[in-house]
Ligand binder design. Structure first.
Ligand code: ZN
Length: 387
């Protein structure tokens, strides 16, 4: 099958492993890489972000961007201990093209009272000129499935046993992108990176060292879509998950204030994109009916701040947000909803954008929406007043 072969050929190009250089070269590289790891660890412990980033390979702009965000978190959350070492230095593999791979252990703790955390992964190091260095840290040594058969390229990146998931992802992404681009009425020819992390701790550590909230996927402006390996990547929910995360990526292209948009709006729009890209069996009506009946609906300001009160109501952020975005789409249409989102991504408040685009205050929209929910809650229970 020609289609399958195109992927596999590309895959092989990237998966070629490092070939051992001669012993002198390997031990020279090993010495330089150990020095690099010592310098990086010292920079992290002292919170010297510039120094740390000077050791990160600039070749992949997405990785460099992720590392900037990773390092910037040290300003707010300094570590009290941080260690990097090659687990089996004698197994460092040196390629003839001045890069090397070896299993890296990263250990850290955020305070004296907290236990050490650790992740291990095959890491990649790159020399600027030849093996004499200087050497740079290039993150995980991914197996890469690159696919540009459908125009906008996708690059799925996996560690060893996640290759089947990476292949499945590049098969699904063209359809997902077409659906989401169409919903947003945009053309997005940019390459989309998708990284599959083998464990929750590894995924969290790739975001910030201080990140401990459970998650299944992650996307921030300029970063790869990050996914947790596991059931969700094997099940029918994969397309939903990809549409959700890719919709975030498209939202971030709408304006430079997109990350400040109310959290329920961001998640609601992404959940709606999943509904459009797939045929959902559960449209959250049952849960919404129950919350309406039992007076459990939240007020929108409670669902606005990712780092604030909304953290306690994450399930409402997704479910209530999804339902409201569906309601707005039905009532005002795709174009108006896109315009509304764009205005907020460019700095307008929820009230400003609602008044300007829908011609109705958000307060009124909320009241109308709550009235519409009565149909889902036939027993006519109480409904909290909006604020
Ligand atoms: Zn999301």
């Amino acid at each position: 099958m020609i289609v399958a072969r195109a992927i596999i050929v590309t895959l092989l190009l990237f998966v070629t492993s490092a070939r051992a250089g001669d012993d002198t070269q390997t031990s020279a590289a090993l010495g330089s890489i150990r020095e690099l790891l010592t310098d990086m660890a010292a920079a992290v412990e002292s919170g010297d972000i510039g120094e740390y980033l000077s050791h990160v390979s600039p070749h992949d702009p997405v990785f460099l961007y992720e590392q900037r965000a990773w390092a910037a978190d040290l300003r707010e959350h300094p570590v009290v201990g941080f260690q990097l070492r090659l687990v089996q230095p004698e197994e460092l593999e040196l390629s003839e093209h001045a890069w090397a791979t070896g299993e890296l252990s990263m250990r850290w703790r955020m305070s004296e009272r907290r236990p050490w955390r650790e992740v291990r992964f095959p890491a990649r190091f790159e020399a600027m000129n030849d093996v004499d260095g200087p050497w740079f840290y290039a993150g995980e040594h991914w197996n890469i499935v690159h696919d540009e058969r459908h125009g906008a390229p996708n690059r799925a990146m996996a560690l060893d046993d996640q290759l089947p998931a990476a292949l499945q992802i590049v098969e699904l992404m063209p359809g997902v992108r077409a659906s989401v681009d169409d919903m947003f009425d945009v053309e997005n020819p940019r390459e989309q990176q998708l990284k599959i992390y083998p464990s929750m701790q590894h995924l969290q550590a790739s975001i910030y060292l201080s990140y401990t909230e459970p998650l299944g996927g992650w996307n921030e402006p300029g970063e790869a879509i990050k996914l947790l390996a596991g059931d969700s990547l094997r099940s029918r929910g994969l397309k939903r998950l990809l549409a959700h995360e890719y919709a975030h990526a498209v939202t971030f292209t709408l304006g430079d204030r997109a990350t400040d948009v109310d959290w329920w709006v961001l998640e609601g729009v992404s959940e709606h994109a999943s509904d459009v890209a797939t045929t959902p069996t559960d449209r959250t009506d049952r849960l919404m009916g129950m919350w309406t009946r039992e007076g459990e609906l939240k007020a929108w300001p409670q669902l606005a701040d990712f780092r604030g009160e909304a953290e306690a109501y994450a399930i409402w952020v997704y479910v209530q947000g999804r339902h409201m975005i569906g309601y707005l789409t039905e009532r005002f249409g795709d174009d108006a909803r896109n315009q509304w989102l764009t205005m907020m991504a460019q700095g307008a408040s929820l009230e400003e954008a609602s008044g300007a685009v829908f011609g109705v205050s958000f307060k009124q929209i909320d009241a109308d929406w709550r009235t519409s929910l009565e149909a889902l809650a036939p027993s006519g229970g109480p409904s909290p007043s909006p604020n």
